[in-house]
Design a protein around this ligand. Structure first.
Ligand code: SAM
Ligand code: DTB
Ligand code: SF4
Length: 333
């Protein structure tokens, strides 16, 4: 089957509700058609600017509106970032994702510093991703010129549920930034979070919006809420693994060429549960040397634990820059 950009909500809901083992089998089959099932992309997150964010995202440890463990810090020095990237590369990581707790990028000296980081990490032979909040088309162009490979900007949930979680920007703002990135050759990374109190229809709604983007985001992160003390969502119940796997499998089936990234919350999963996610089509993870994702509030498995798990499962780390060529070949473009 070819790639579709006209998925309807009822079709996506039917896929999501397919009997569990049949769903995993179908997703695993699609996965094998479009990807090398032996490979997992391993990424390293670096929080280049932590905390003090003016936005009110109800899940986030970095919002200045909530009293959390996270204390605001200045923009990291380039050398600090380069050292973390160097260690990541030595471990076999292929992508470094630099996150800033900003509402939007401003055309100031801090942006110049970030551009410089992008340039230097790219020249180490790593794919670089940034997640810096809202972006104009000309800022996206400057990031492309610096060598940026991907820009992460999540939809997080459905259009309908969005304002329950975030009030300081709209779904339209989010889509607008994604469109601005699409005016360049920088790839798009966009997904969401499970466990915000959303309904199955909201999960389907998010997948509907993502799968109707043409092209699909090259990467779709599926985060599992990490309940952060002090945020409005601190008491949300854990998401059952069955629902995590259903979400991954559905994303895999409707966006077959995208990387589906098992992101925040992976540290809560056993190796067996993670193996089920990989079977269902997840082919990318974040790994870390300091046991955290962006902040101390969200644990991340470390390089050693992940190397052991990949060895156990007979999986390999995907080298940098391999994806674009492979997808182009499959699509005959
Ligand atoms: N400030 C930028 C923005 O919001 O676009 C980038 C950083 S933000 C931390 C990136 C993504 O991380 C969010 O869109 C959300 O999906 C995810 N995230 C943040 N806090 C989380 C949490 N506590 N649990 C799970 N995912 C989380
Ligand atoms: C994404 O979708 N997940 C990553 C990355 N993009 C930036 C972030 C995970 C959440 C980290 C929450 C924390 O560490 O506080
Ligand atoms: Fe700020 Fe991003 Fe956290 Fe929202 S998710 S509060 S924009 S850092």
């Amino acid at each position: 089957m070819g790639i579709r950009y006209d998925w309807q909500k009822n079709e996506i809901l039917d896929i999501y509700n397919t009997p569990f083992l049949e769903l995993v089998y179908q997703a695993a089959s699609v996965h094998r058609q479009f990807h090398n099932p032996k490979q997992i992309q391993v990424c390293k997150l670096i929080s280049i600017k932590t905390g003090g964010c003016p936005e009110d995202c109800g899940y986030c440890a970095q919002s200045a509106r909530y009293k959390t463990e996270v204390k605001p810090e200045a923009l990291l020095e380039k050398d600090t970032v380069l050292n973390i990237a160097k260690k990541a590369k030595e471990t076999g990581v292929s992508r470094v994702c630099m996150g800033a707790a900003w509402r939007e990028v401003r055309d100031n000296s801090q942006f110049e510093e970030v551009l410089d980081m992008v340039k230097d990490v790219t020249s180490m032979g790593l794919e670089v991703c940034c997640t810096l909040g809202m972006l104009t088309a000309s800022q996206a162009q400057r990031l492309e010129d610096a060598g940026l490979y991907a820009y992460n900007h999540n939809l997080d949930t459905s259009a309908e549920y969005y304002s329950t979680i975030i009030t300081t920007r709209t779904y339209g703002d989010r889509l607008n930034t994604i469109e601005n990135v699409r005016t360049t050759n920088v790839t798009v990374c966009s997904g969401g979070i499970l466990g915000l109190g959303e309904s199955i229809e909201d999960r389907v709604g998010m997948l509907y919006t993502l799968s109707n983007l043409q092209p699909h985001p090259e990467s779709v992160p599926i985060n599992i809420l990490s309940q952060v003390e002090g945020t409005p969502l601190e008491n949300q119940p854990d998401v059952p693994i069955w629902e995590v796997v259903r979400m991954i499998a559905t994303a895999r089936i409707i966006m077959p060429t995208s990387d589906v990234r098992l992101s925040a919350g992976r540290a809560k999963l056993s190796q067996v549960e993670q193996a089920l996610c990989f079977m269902a089509g997840a082919n990318s993870i974040f790994s870390s040397d300091d046991n955290k994702m962006l902040t101390v509030t969200t644990p991340c498995p470390d390089y050693d634990a992940d190397r052991d798990m990949l060895n156990l499962l007979g999986l390999e780390m995907r080298p940098p820059f391999e994806k674009r060529g492979l997808t182009d070949k499959l699509l005959n473009v």
